[in-house]
Write a protein that binds this ligand. Structure first.
Ligand code: NAD
Length: 263
């Protein structure tokens, strides 16, 4: 038992928290030592997941007990957890999306002395898709227009998804652009004709869609569509726990899911 990696889950009462607890229960390379929830909420003291882990808001104790934090919560929870992890020297893995530029900078600052991995998507398929998008974008530069489509369940709070932004960044950078300079966030009314470099984003929210992303490369008389469909959120939990085991014991620094999967 002692060579198992000790994991503290941040956002343990959420959809991904639940999935992480379920997936962790079937793995023999790690054990969950804490489930972090919102202070003062009904989740505090509640038994969570098959392990019946008691929900707690004691970040400092969790950071002391754990080798690694795995965070799928909200931006504020991510930063609170990162601060506790940094103080205790605990590794930090996060899949939380919707961080502002300031919050991203604060996260980088907080985690500069610990091994850290933040990914907008932990699935094998999307990380492969990112490579394919970059390759296709470069190869079709000057000839094909790029549009990004994503769809998620009705409770998702940020848009476009972190994954759509990552795919857009890969497409933009492969053509020598920064996404901020070329992104168009939806279209309505008299928007005029499309410009050559723009990358449009379209978003759907509804029902229980786990996650769907398509990057379209639209040329004259033909179109390439690169699509990923997540059917089960356990793929993200599997990837994040794989990353958690991988990152433990590494030197301080920022790692990516590409390092874990293809490094
Ligand atoms: P959710 O709303 O079901 O769960 C979030 C949980 O975090 C809730 O239970 C909430 O009470 C809790 N929380 C809020 N503040 C907290 C705090 N300070 N401390 C501890 N817990 C806190 O959402 P979800 O669907 O589980 O998604 C969570 C995050 O993960 C979102 O940002 C989502 O976009 C992201 N996500 C990332 C991936 C990926 O592969 N990177 C995949 C799926 C979801």
């Amino acid at each position: 038992m002692s060579d198992r990696v000790s994991v503290a889950i941040v956002g343990a009462a959420g959809r991904m928290g639940n999935s992480l607890l379920e997936v962790a229960a079937d793995r023999d390379d790690l054990r969950v030592v804490a489930g972090l929830v919102v202070a003062g909420s009904d989740d505090e003291g509640r038994e969570l997941g098959p392990q019946a882990i008691e929900g707690t808001s004691d970040y400092a104790a969790a950071a002391e007990a754990a080798d690694v934090f795995v965070d799928f919560s909200v931006p504020a929870g991510c930063l609170e957890a990162a601060e506790a992890a940094a103080i205790a020297g605990t590794a930090f893995v996060s899949g939380t999306t919707g961080l502002s530029d300031e919050q991203k900078a604060a996260l980088a600052d907080l985690t500069s002395d610990i091994p850290t991995l933040h990914a907008s998507n932990f699935s094998v398929g999307v990380n492969l898709l990112e490579e394919l998008v970059a390759m296709t974008s470069e190869a079709t530069d000057g000839a094909f227009d790029i549009e990004v489509f994503e769809a998620h369940h009705r409770n998702k709070v940020d848009a476009p998804s972190g994954t759509a932004l990552t795919l857009g960044e890969a497409a933009a950078q492969a053509r020598g652009h920064e996404l901020d300079e070329v992104a168009v966030w939806g279209r309505e009314g008299e928007v005029g004709a499309r410009t050559d470099d723009e990358i449009g984003f379209q978003v759907v929210r509804g029902g229980d869609i786990v996650g769907e992303h398509t990057v379209m490369f639209c040329g004259a008389g033909e179109r390439i569509e690169l699509t990923h469909r997540a059917q089960d959120r356990n793929i993200f939990a599997q990837g994040a726990l794989r990353a958690a085991v991988w990152v433990c014991g590494r030197e301080a620094g920022e790692y990516s899911m590409q390092d874990v999967l293809f490094g």
